[in-house]
Design a protein around this ligand. Structure first.
Ligand SMILES: Cc1ncc(COP(=O)(O)O)c(C=O)c1O
Length: 400
């Protein structure tokens, strides 16, 4: 049996036309007309005014935080239920992550906890420099409530929409309404360029500055002139060609991902001990991955047993993100008077290489990690593939 992967790339053929065009023009370079066109088409597609294409989603978040002036001694609020690339840019900037627990209704950053945390920080005159909520597994965080909170304290929001391209929040697109939003085109994402990312915003000056920093902060001189340190983060012309081809099928991919979710949920929703990631009333997720929770007492097996049963049939599934506050790289503490805090607030990286970070709650994310399993969600899956996966899952249940 060929392996079924979690979310493999799905090319549509048009990518090759754009790649050929790029080859013919001999723009085998970072930058070039494909990059310009991809940025324009991407921004138009999602309804934001400006975009800069970069080498990864992580790079996009990093640029945003750098532009916001995040630095040594600052705190930045982020989701604990997310991928490390959402938070590592905070550490790149020498700042400290404050990891906020998930809302059980959406699995995204809990707006109530955020609000309470803001109040505490304001009372101590220590507001965060930015807030970076993740749109988890293609479902937007509760933007309205998060924006309201951040606006009150005049703190900018950068949405980590790496997984959420094509998702909607009320009438708008994932990432809309924030200071900026970052998207990823990593190989497993809903559309891919093999690797890459975009930072998008309605703020032209912000994107112009990101573009400048992403190109080694080169000043406009005939020779190479630098007045500050930048990064080599630009997307190449060939990679952008793939992106242009992929962008044309984004709507089809969203539709197919949602159909896959519906198929799984039609067949598994009534199985005792299985529940699906809830769909928040405020939006329409892209269902990048279909994710289930397995309650062992009711189902008869835990998520690891199900994962291994799928693996034995050469089918890839994956536990949900391990909450970042449980990652060994972080040394966590809960409040500002704790020992590690008083020892050295400003030095986030400890001598043993661990990074200090503060955690707000965490039990919801821990439970999701304990019980959550991401099911194969590739847009080339057939009904036979899905039926096979479903029957293996059901075979693990105590009622099988
Ligand atoms: C939530 C989240 N944030 C950030 C990233 C980082 O994106 P990239 O891999 O393009 O750097 C990813 C994906 O890989 C992600 O899933």
């Amino acid at each position: 049996m060929n392996r079924i992967f979690l979310s493999p790339p799905h090319m549509n053929g048009e990518e090759l036309l754009f790649i050929n065009e790029a080859f013919k023009s001999n723009y085998i370079a970072p930058l070039g007309p494909m990059v310009d066109a991809f940025e324009y088409e991407f921004a138009s597609k999602i309804g934001l005014s400006h975009a800069v294409a970069v080498s990864s989603g992580t790079a996009a978040i990093h640029l945003a935080l750098r532009i916001l002036g995040v630095g040594y001694g600052d705190e930045v609020f982020a989701s604990t239920m997310t991928f490390i690339g959402s938070v590592s840019p905070i550490v790149f900037q020498g700042a400290r992550p404050v990891l906020i627990d998930a809302d059980p209704q959406t699995w995204n950053m809990d707006p109530n906890l955020l609000s309470i945390e803001f109040e505490c920080c304001a009372a101590n005159s220590r507001l965060p420099k930015a807030v970076v909520p993740t749109d988890l597994y293609g479902q937007c965080a509760d933007y309205e409530r998060i924006f309201e909170c951040c606006k009150k304290y005049d703190v900018p929001v950068v949405i980590d929409a790496a997984e959420a391209l094509g998702a909607r929040y009320n009438g708008g697109s994932a990432g809309a309404g924030a200071q900026a939003a970052a998207f990823s085109f990593n190989g497993n994402k809903i559309i891919t360029t093999s690797g890459g990312g975009i930072l998008a915003s309605d703020d032209k000056a912000f994107i112009d500055r990101a573009r400048h920093l992403s190109q080694q902060a080169r000043e406009p001189f005939p020779h190479y002139e630098h007045t500050e340190i930048g990064y080599n983060y630009r997307m190449s012309n060939i990679v952008a060609a793939i992106g242009r081809g992929q962008l044309r099928v984004l709507d089809d991919r969203v539709q197919k991902k949602r159909e896959i979710f519906r198929y799984y949920s039609d067949k598994l929703n009534d199985v005792p001990g299985i529940e699906f990631m809830p769909e928040a009333p405020y939006g329409r997720p892209n269902r990048w991955l279909t994710v289930i929770l397995i309650t062992p007492d009711e189902f008869g097996a835990d998520r690891e047993k199900v994962r291994l049963a799928l693996e034995a049939e050469n089918i890839e599934s994956r536990p949900v993100w391990k909450p970042l506050h449980l990652q060994p790289v972080f040394q966590t503490y809960e409040n500002e008077s704790s020992e590690s805090e008083t020892k050295d607030f400003y030095n986030s990286t400890l001598t043993d290489g661990k990074v200090l970070c503060r955690v707000v709650g965490g039990k919801v994310a821990e439970d999701l990690f304990e019980r959550g399993l991401c099911l194969p969600s590739g847009t080339q899956l057939t009904t036979e593939d899905l039926d096979r996966i479903i029957s293996i899952i059901i075979s693990c249940s105590k009622n099988s």
